[in-house]
Design a protein around this ligand. Structure first.
Ligand code: AMP
Length: 138
């Protein structure tokens, strides 16, 4: 797989661009989003350069999973909100602007936060689709 291009998040990781750092360990960095949807909107990124989630190695993926609930607890405590969205976009058509994996933690309260349009349809081919995805996982 081709290496991802450098992004502004590489500059943040390198310390060349400032950010409001919240948490850091060997594999991940969390900082405040510069254009928050609500107060406490945090971004969590891996230190591995990868554009999309499925490109991550196990160590970085695991570190993201460890950090997310911990960050969410802190953000909720400080924002005073009980509700929040965790958003992770992959690809420009899926609203990804910065092509380095990142999770948004977005408090949802007092009409501030993420707005979603959720255009659903009924599941038609569950067994066939499930079987195809299970085979791809194997
Ligand atoms: P996405 O649409 O999921 O790619 O979101 C990218 C996010 O990165 C947006 O919410 C931006 O506000 C945020 N962002 C871009 N540049 C910076 C920066 N220098 N510091 C903090 N957040 C940033």
């Amino acid at each position: 797989m081709a290496a991802s291009s450098s992004t502004i998040f590489d500059s943040i990781l390198a310390g060349d661009i400032p950010c409001e750092r919240i948490f850091e360990d060997e594999h991940v960095l969390a900082f405040l989003d510069i254009q928050p949807l609500s107060r406490g909107h945090v971004l969590l990124i891996p230190k591995q350069r990868a554009a999309k989630l499925h490109e991550l190695d196990e160590a970085h993926a695991a570190a993201l999973g460890r950090a997310l609930p911990r960050l969410a607890r802190a953000v909720m405590q400080v924002s005073g909100c009980e509700d929040y969205n965790v958003l992770q976009n992959n690809g420009a058509p899926a609203h990804q602007a910065v092509m380095h994996v990142h999770f948004h933690i977005i408090p949802k309260c007092a009409h501030k936060g993420l707005e979603l349009i959720w255009n659903t349809e009924n599941l038609k081919d569950g067994p066939e689709l499930g079987s195809a995805i299970r085979a791809a996982l194997a």
